[in-house]
Design a protein around this ligand. Sequence first.
Ligand SMILES: Cc1cc2nc3c(=O)[nH]c(=O)nc-3n(C[C@H](O)[C@H](O)[C@H](O)COP(=O)(O)OP(=O)(O)OC[C@H]3O[C@@H](n4cnc5c(N)ncnc54)[C@H](O)[C@@H]3O)c2cc1C
Length: 389
Amino acid sequence: MQLIEHPVVIGGGPVGLVLALSLQQAGVPVTVLEAQAPGAMYGDGRALALSFGTRQVLEQLQVWSMLADAVTAIETIHVSQQKGLGRTVLKAQEHQLPALGYVVSYGVLMRALDARLAQLTTGIKLHYEAPVTDLQVHASAADIVYTAADGQRHSLSTPLAVVADGGRSLEAIPGLQRDTKHYGHDALVGLVQTELPHRQVAYERFTPRGPMALLPNGDQFSLVWTGEQAYIDEIAALDDAAFLHALHAAFGDRVGRFLHAGKRFRFPLKLSKLEQTFAAHCVVIGNAAQTMHPVAGQGFNVGIRDAVALAENVASTASHEWGADHRLLAYQASRQRDTGRGLQFTDFLVNVFSNDLIGVGVLRGAGLGMLSMLPMARRFLVEKMSYGR
Ligand SMILES: Cc1cc2nc3c(=O)[nH]c(=O)nc-3n(C[C@H](O)[C@H](O)[C@H](O)COP(=O)(O)OP(=O)(O)OC[C@H]3O[C@@H](n4cnc5c(N)ncnc54)[C@H](O)[C@@H]3O)c2cc1C
């Protein structure tokens, strides 16, 4: 068993890497264990809508400058519903913001984070192709087992294990209770080309089958089309021409005809959260701690705020207290409100805006109509989307 005296992060996805960079910047050494090979995620075309607050974090970590050419600013958000009245339009200008958010593909973000890591010569040890296969927590340390690229098994003992595996592999952490609600919905995502240019407008459209979004990404749109699995099965099986036709029927005429669709990817949708996010010498962050529906583009933004808050917590803790219960409790308390609101907000949007009950359509039409008239409600929505406040 190798004794490590600093935090070990399990998972080098975007949240794990933001944590590693934040710790490095604060002078705390860190080891990251990532299951996949370098660059394995560069082709992931899922579009992430980064909030303005996330931009500020990436600027501070000197990652933003590497991304700036590849992000598309959202200057307007247009929210509407199919078969219903009411719509609302939010504009960055009205809220004195340079943008309401920024769209970037997951793979492009990973490439920029890796590029920043490559510039750093000290502080971060990153092991690729090193999947963690076991995590045990004790009163004095957390023990981690991983398999290295050469197939050898290694054991580490650390004062603080941070689980940032996206909730993909280490589901069961002793003592932590996970609550999961399966929506029974999938998201189909991919790039689409439209007849009209996007002019920096993001469209969020609520249909009785589920929300769909078109996010401006480069000179195309990134589509997120959600619905019941059987419905997404049907859409996914369509050839390109039929798919573009179905998309036009569901989305309407706002961006003209849909001309071309790129490769389509699918993700199952669920809401999942840990009641408690820490155990002895172990803490869970990012999607591993809370997974939300992508309807409001909150998941990564909440995850990045986890990473920043944890880095601040660790940096302000004496090293002999890393992983101590009272410090992890303080971290959890600092994140509860933001995470809880993110989960509630997205779940609310899915429930209210995605069902076909009589009356609900009228209600949400009225809701959207009112939102366009009430400056305070609009500011709330903009601040929620931009900063998570
Ligand atoms: C369709 C869709 C659209 C989305 N849109 C948005 C959006 O617009 N805005 C937004 O904020 N969020 C969005 N999200 C959510 C966003 O993708 C996640 O919140 C974000 O990826 C979470 O990052 P993470 O680092 O916590 O987890 P992940 O991205 O899942 O990364 C986890 C990492 O851990 C590694 N790993 C897994 N198991 C192990 C192991 N045992 N050992 C070592 N390493 C391991 C994986 O290889 C991976 O690199 C969307 C999600 C979906 C599905």
